[in-house]
Design a binder for this molecule. Structure first.
Ligand code: NAD
Length: 259
């Protein structure tokens, strides 16, 4: 299927590794010119070169912390006004809610709620004027089924989801859609880090925990970032103009509910 987005521009945040990289690769493979961000310039440039080599598309880099005003300004300056925005940032650390201070909460809300809202605010009006825009927020399956040790994530991402639910129904008239993509367990550094955390809590070795979790999953495995990226590219396609305000679980059947 031709996704119809060749020549468009995308800003993909937090994309030197993992799910963001999967999205950037899939969009570039469709001929989209992408700008990717991450904090470490070296890793970011290596990923950009990998995407250029694999796809032949233009890849720009903006090294900075996307959760800061400076990081967002640099990303937007590098990209120009994007047709496609993929919001992403590192997830908050796991822990026990009794230990979290107000500052911990503010950091999580900044990273996983307000950063996306600021970038939507900065990009959505030109999209509306051009009558095309696709915004995808990478959130988490925790929005539907909370994970106790990831309370900072459960809370902050639910806030973003609630905000977007309203806006997505206002922008769709001008062919600007906003959706959440909710990853279940995908095999990335982030996922492996969660198992390492549980190892420190005495739950067993991280590798054993990961193997057990993959075996117990309905799909018998974790997801791959490439699969995530392809789903994102479809949501960003010209064919997805009637999908908005949705929260699509990509979890290999991990969520046990009927609806
Ligand atoms: P990852 O650790 O593999 O990659 C994260 C990427 O984000 C890296 O490129 C990193 O450099 C970049 N990054 C992190 N913080 C940044 C910041 N402040 N500014 C700019 N770049 C930053 O993680 P991932 O698994 O791809 O996770 C992406 C998001 O999805 C996270 O918010 C994570 O919590 C969430 N998530 C992941 C899973 C999973 O199973 N992998 C499940 C649910 C939710």
């Amino acid at each position: 299927m031709d996704l119809g987005i060749a020549g468009k521009t995308a800003l993909v945040c937090a994309a030197s590794k993992g799910l963001g990289k999967g999205c950037a690769m899939a969009l570039a493979a469709e001929g989209v010119n992408v700008t990717i961000t991450a904090r470490s310039a070296d890793t970011l440039e290596a990923t950009a070169e990998e995407i250029r080599q694999a796809t032949g598309s233009e890849v720009r880099t903006a090294a900075g912390d996307i959760t800061t005003a400076e990081g967002r300004a640099l990303a937007l300056e590098t990209c120009g006004s994007p047709d496609i925005l993929v919001n992403n940032a590192g997830g908050p650390p796991p822990g026990n809610f009794r230990d979290w201070t107000r500052d911990d909460w503010i950091k999580a809300i900044d990273a996983n709620m307000l950063t996306a809202i600021e970038l939507i605010k900065a990009t959505v009006d030109p999209m509306i004027e051009r009558k095309f825009g696709r915004i995808v927020n990478i959130t988490s399956s925790a929005v539907k089924a909370p994970i106790d040790v990831l309370g900072l994530s459960n809370g902050a991402r639910s806030g973003l989801t609630g905000f977007v639910a309203g806006v997505a129904r206002v922008t769709v008239r001008d062919n600007v859609t906003i959706n959440g993509l909710l990853p279940g367990p995908f095999d990335t550094d982030r996922l492996r880090g969660n198992f390492k955390y549980r190892e420190t809590q005495g739950a067993g070795s991280a590798e054993e925990l990961a193997n057990k979790a993959a075996a117990a999953h309905p799909a018998g495995r974790f997801g791959q970032p490439e699969e995530f990226g392809k789903a994102c590219a479809f949501l960003c396609s010209v064919h997805a103009g009637y999908i908005t305000g949705q929260n699509l679980l990509l979890d290999g059947g991990g969520y046990p509910g009927t609806f």
